[in-house]
Design a protein around this ligand. Structure first.
Ligand SMILES: Nc1nc2c(ncn2[C@@H]2O[C@H](COP(=O)(O)OP(=O)(O)OP(=O)(O)O)[C@@H](O)[C@H]2O)c(=O)[nH]1
Length: 329
């Protein structure tokens, strides 16, 4: 496939609420054949980055930003990373044709896009190609209620991928699409399962239009962004080198899903399980949970369990005790 070349470096901002399928789409972009070199910036909310372990191995330049949200606390890091990329390219150290930014599920995309207008160097070198928002068709309605970010991500999108169509019936999908269309009639909508979209529909599409964004948010280009994340949503991370007992982890997960499923917006991790030579990739949102064997632990790597919970009203002490109880005797 080919993409239209422009003089400035095109930037795609990939957004979508927690667990919508952003990393799934990123992996698809990184594995599919195309003639573009992509510099990828991945931002995670939790203090331990799990996505970097889930993103496929590729030749692309992948830069991580952990422990803060790209739209506010670590926005300065984004500017530094982008400037460094330009500098490294000028020095011939890296080469890339486009940039893709995967935001956290809690990010407001507007200030991320704004970065490319407010910073002089960045505005000379980059142009926003489009804002692509991935939607979890099953859970989005729940997320609209009480989570402004989920609505902002829809309102500001140029392209909306209604993902996880396998988890909803036609009627539910129609209702969700109707609601989304009312929120943002101008955006293009694509249906998908596991983000199996044609990349020509999301990269190199030049759909970002600053005038249109100013209609949605007249303060879009103001230099003071007040984005307040929902105070009730927090993240807790655990790390443990002692192996865990699979049965105990399973019992704990069943308990959590039943008792706290509503509040658990996202949980994911890589687990080191006693007697198992493979890493266990653990992923969930609300009541949907999966634990699948990932690759084998390497000879020279430290076997460690790392997991992150993002949710409402999380009780750190209680979760920590439950996690410690899973350590194998
Ligand atoms: N059933 C179903 N599951 C999906 C689909 N797309 C993604 N998933 C699963 O949904 C979970 C979340 O997917 P991710 O790609 O990690 O989502 P994300 O938006 O990157 O998540 P965060 O970065 O944590 O916000 C994973 O377990 C995926 O395998 C889909 O179309 N159908």
């Amino acid at each position: 496939m080919t993409f239209i070349k422009t003089k400035k470096i095109p930037v795609t901002i990939l957004t979508g609420y927690l667990g919508a399928g952003k990393t799934t789409l990123l992996n698809r972009i990184l594995t599919e054949k195309h003639d573009q070199k992509i510099a990828v910036i991945v931002n995670e909310y939790g203090e331990i980055g799990i996505d970097n372990q889930i993103v496929v191995n590729s030749d692309e330049q992948i830069l991580e930003m952990n422990n803060g949200c790209i739209c506010c606390t670590v926005r300065g890091d984004l500017i530094r990373i982008l400037r460094t990329l330009i500098f490294s390219m000028e020095q011939g150290e890296v080469n890339f044709d486009r940039v893709l930014i995967e935001t956290t599920g809690l990010a407001d995309p507007a200030p991320v896009a704004q970065t490319f207008f407010m910073d002089e160097l960045l505005s000379e070198e980059f142009e926003v190609d489009s804002i692509v928002t991935v939607v979890d068709s099953k859970h989005i309605t729940k997320h609209f209620d009480g989570h402004d970010e989920a609505q902002e991500q829809i309102a500001f999108a140029d392209t909306i991928i209604l993902n996880k169509t396998d988890l909803v019936g036609d009627e539910q999908l129609h209702t969700v699409e109707q609601r989304i269309t009312n929120m943002n009639p101008a955006a293009k909508r694509i249906h998908s399962q596991n983000c199996n979209v044609d990349l020509n529909e999301i990269l190199g599409i030049h759909t970002f239009d600053v005038n249109h964004k100013l209609e949605i948010d007249p303060h879009f280009l103001d230099d003071h962004h007040h984005h307040h994340h929902d105070d009730k949503v927090s993240s807790i991370a655990f790390r443990e080198e002692k192996p865990l007992e699979l049965d105990k982890v399973n019992r704990w997960m069943s308990y959590l899903i039943q008792e706290k499923g509503e509040d658990l917006l996202r949980y994911k991790g890589i687990l080191h399980i006693k007697g198992i030579e493979h890493r266990l990739l653990f992923q969930g949102l609300h009541m949907l949970f999966s634990g699948v064997p990932d690759r084998k632990w390497k000879q020279d790597e430290i076997r460690v369990s790392e997991l992150v919970f993002i949710g409402k009203n999380l009780n750190k002490k209680e979760l920590e005790e439950q996690f410690k109880n899973c350590i194998a005797k």
